[in-house]
Write a new protein. Structure first.
Length: 396
């Protein structure tokens, strides 16, 4: 759908300039006249639509500003129009302009946001819809901003724990490749010139160097093929379940993933319930944001249990994924009618637990990585110096 830039005059004589997505210029003119605006100029924009990334931080700022303006009494359209002009993210600016147009056309804010899933998640849209229905959109938006900030911080913690070993392993791999391609051949030529019988470790390292130099393309192809096959397998239902189950069973890392999943589940569901979203819709949305198939299946079983008149806690206990403390606290929340508050307390507790798990993982990985690098790189260096020691002993 093309974008048109227009200039129109209000009944009070004030000029208004903005953009609008429409099928044709005539549709833009008709829309402006329905808004009781006097059309001055309408031109089609030739610029391509942007498809840049919208960061969580941009959405948080957008949400907080939107909440503040609504709370101050500004009309929805005016608030959205201001946001479309002051956002630093150009892609979000374009999205907000389209939201303004949809709201002006008679759509609710939630319906307008739902058309942009790359910017606004299903959770976001459902909470906005609940806020509009209950007349507390400003309060819901502020809760949303707080939730997004905490969830983004949680994701950042888990990523930091995963990135550190990945970086160390990458550096180690680069160091090994450089040694095998550039350093080992120098030693090989030196040993060949003196016609010295080489020890087994030295022959192994030289063989690895020769294989890498001549068959690097085969190694790269095998690695690419394994990654491709793993992705294809993970895309299947069975593969996703098996891999996610395996990840949860890993020592230290599995504990971190479990705690982060519990924190995300409880905070998301607690925020949705406290915002007026039904428990069934809340569980379905939460399952989609779980990030782990095992957790997803456990949540969906809880949803089926609720639909059948049972409790949430019983299926969660059967899944053997959630810790007993979480199950007990959810059960108490259901019995007392304060499930949303109980879920928020669990989320706060597990945020701290994730911090501890990340620190534990990093403190464990540091010595493991040091030993790994020492054994691999140090072993290669020692293997190349063994013949030199033999040469020195022979001279003596």
């Amino acid at each position: 759908m093309p974008t048109f830039a227009y200039t129109a005059r209000t009944l009070s004589g004030e000029l208004k300039t903005a953009t609008m997505d429409a099928a044709s210029r005539d549709e833009v003119v008709a829309q402006l006249r329905r808004q009781k605006l006097i059309v001055v100029k309408v031109d089609e924009e030739r610029t391509k639509k942007r498809h840049g990334k919208i960061k969580t931080r941009d959405i948080v700022i957008f949400t907080r500003q939107f909440s503040t303006m609504i709370n101050s009494g500004l009309p929805l359209v005016q608030a959205l129009d201001i946001l479309s002009r002051q956002s630093e993210n150009k892609t979000l600016q374009d999205v907000t302009r389209q939201v303004v147009y949809d709201v002006e056309s008679g759509n609710t804010v939630a319906d307008a946001l739902r058309r942009h899933p790359r910017a606004f998640s299903e959770l976001y849209v459902n909470m906005v819809a609940a806020g509009e229905a209950g007349g507390i959109l400003d309060t819901i938006l502020m809760r949303l901003a707080t939730f997004l900030e905490k969830n983004d911080a949680l994701v950042g913690k888990v990523k930091s724990a995963m990135i550190y070993p990945a970086v160390i392993m990458s550096v180690a791999a680069i160091a090994i490749v450089v040694l095998l391609i550039f350093v080992i051949p120098v030693f090989e030529n030196m040993f060949a010139s003196v016609n010295l019988a080489l020890p087994l470790p030295t022959r192994i390292v030289i063989g690895m160097s020769a294989f890498l130099k001549h068959y690097w393309w085969a190694i790269a192809g095998v690695i690419w093929g394994l990654v491709f096959m793993l992705k294809r397998y993970y895309a299947t239902s069975e593969g996703q379940l098996r891999i996610d189950t395996f990840m949860l069973k890993l020592p230290v890392l599995g504990d971190l993933l479990r705690k982060s999943a519990v924190s995300r589940f409880t905070r998301t569901l607690g925020t949705l319930i406290s915002s007026g979203v039904s428990i069934l819709d809340g569980l379905e949305i939460t399952a989609k944001t779980a990030g782990n198939r095992v957790i997803h299946d456990a949540i969906m079983e809880s949803r089926a249990s609720i639909a059948g008149g049972d409790t949430i806690s019983a299926p969660l206990q059967k899944s053997a994924v959630f810790p007993p403390m979480v199950i007990s606290m959810i059960a108490v929340g259901e019995q007392t009618g304060g499930l949303d508050e109980m879920l928020s307390k669990i989320a706060d507790f597990y945020d701290t637990e994730v911090d501890t798990a990340v620190s534990g993982l990093l403190s464990l990985m540091e010595p493991v990585m040091i030993v790994f690098l020492g054994v691999i790189v140090g072993g290669m260096v020692v293997a190349m110096y063994l013949p030199i020691f033999d040469m020195i002993n022979a001279v003596q």
